[in-house]
Ligand binder design. Structure first.
Ligand SMILES: O=C(O)CCC(=O)C(=O)O
Ligand SMILES: [Fe+2]
Length: 336
């Protein structure tokens, strides 16, 4: 038995009532199959001579809106260092996680007990902060653990490179002008998640079903499972592939592609024995950027399916990323 002062909200034998979701929202857990139809794309094969990975990225973006990439060039050490500071952050005594006034311009830490959706708490904790422009953002990030800023900025630099590479493939594949994504693809927001084991995952959820409001999202999930996507009306598990990234087509890319690409619904379910930690980076347009279907993809057979909108308007209208996150992003943007 732990001393009382060490007890955290998830140190419980039964799921408290205010964590129980309605039947239609609840997760079914790992008893459903891992989907082997989620494409795994080997980026080492993208070496100038072959278009194979471009075709694979296009097919996956059209059919599912989500795929994994391997041999992506991000050093394993960068991944391990990032995951290890994230682990340290969520393992710190709670006084160290709440030291900075939240939802202003630094970072937001949301304990499970701080946030409720329709009165029900998610079985997760979350840390979010801006990443763009990187040099201005880093000093605003948590100072504990001491290696946090160094490890996460190294990670963000790699994500920026990888996301540009993937977007270049998409740009070529869709026939867009080179540079089309230049003002639409900054790694703007990092969101890390901690999902502790849960006594009864059939009652709870880590994250409710949603689509990402980004251009694309790159997700590193270490070796943990729990991510599910809604494919053909069924929730299926996305497998954990060591060192892979999950790439998720966000709403903005769905709009730009005039609906050719799908932004898929996904959620996270909990586990009785496994702790899930994940690092999501949202690659987003700059706030003033106008997002609309690319002209080249619109014709008589494919009429415009989405209205043009400034990205900041879209974020505001849809309360994308939540109220606090808008305040965070505006703070950094207005200083730059
Ligand atoms: O933890 C995860 O893998 C889910 C993260 C996610 O979907 C999000 O932050 O939008
Ligand atoms: Fe998401």
């Amino acid at each position: 038995m732990k001393a009382d002062k060490d007890l955290r909200w998830f140190d419980v034998e039964f799921v408290p009532e205010n964590y129980i979701f309605s039947k239609e929202n609840r997760g079914r857990n790992h008893d459903i199959p891992v989907c082997d139809s989620i494409p795994v794309i080997d980026l080492a094969k993208a070496n100038g001579h072959t278009h194979q990975p471009i075709e694979a990225v296009l097919a996956a973006s059209q059919e599912i809106g989500l795929f994994q990439v391997i041999n992506h060039g991000v050093p394993e050490k960068t991944l391990n260092d990032a995951m290890s500071v994230v682990k340290e952050f969520f393992d710190m005594p709670s006084k160290d996680r709440t030291g900075i006034v939240p939802h202003m311009k630094n970072w937001i830490y949301t304990n499970s007990t701080d946030y409720a959706k329709d009165g029900v708490h998610l079985w997760r904790e979350n840390l979010k902060h801006p990443c763009h422009p990187l040099e201005k953002s880093v000093p605003l990030w948590p100072q504990k653990p001491t290696r946090y800023q160094e490890a996460i900025s190294a990670y963000v630099v790699e994500i920026q490179k990888l996301s540009l590479r993937i977007l270049e493939m998409i740009c070529k594949g869709l026939g867009l002008d080179p540079g089309y994504f230049n003002d639409k693809s900054e790694v703007q927001l990092l969101s890390t998640n901690f999902y502790p084991p849960c006594p009864d995952p059939s009652l709870t959820l880590g994250i409710l079903a949603h689509q990402d409001p980004s251009l694309i999202t790159l997700l590193y999930q270490g070796n943990s499972t729990g991510l599910q996507v809604l494919k053909d009306g069924e929730w299926i598990n996305v497998g954990a592939i060591p060192n892979a990234f999950v790439v998720n087509i966000g709403n903005q890319l769905e709009i730009i592609s005039n609906g050719k690409f799908k932004s898929i619904k996904h959620r996270v379910v909990n586990s009785t024995h496994e702790t899930r930690r994940s690092i999501a980076t949202f690659v987003n347009p700059s706030p003033d950027c106008v997002i609309e279907p690319a002209k080249i993809l619109v014709n008589e057979l494919e009429p415009v399916r989405y209205k043009a909108s400034q990205y900041k308007e879209y974020v505001h209208r849809n309360k994308a990323f939540g109220d606090y996150t808008i305040a965070l992003q505006n703070a950094v943007q207005s200083e730059s």
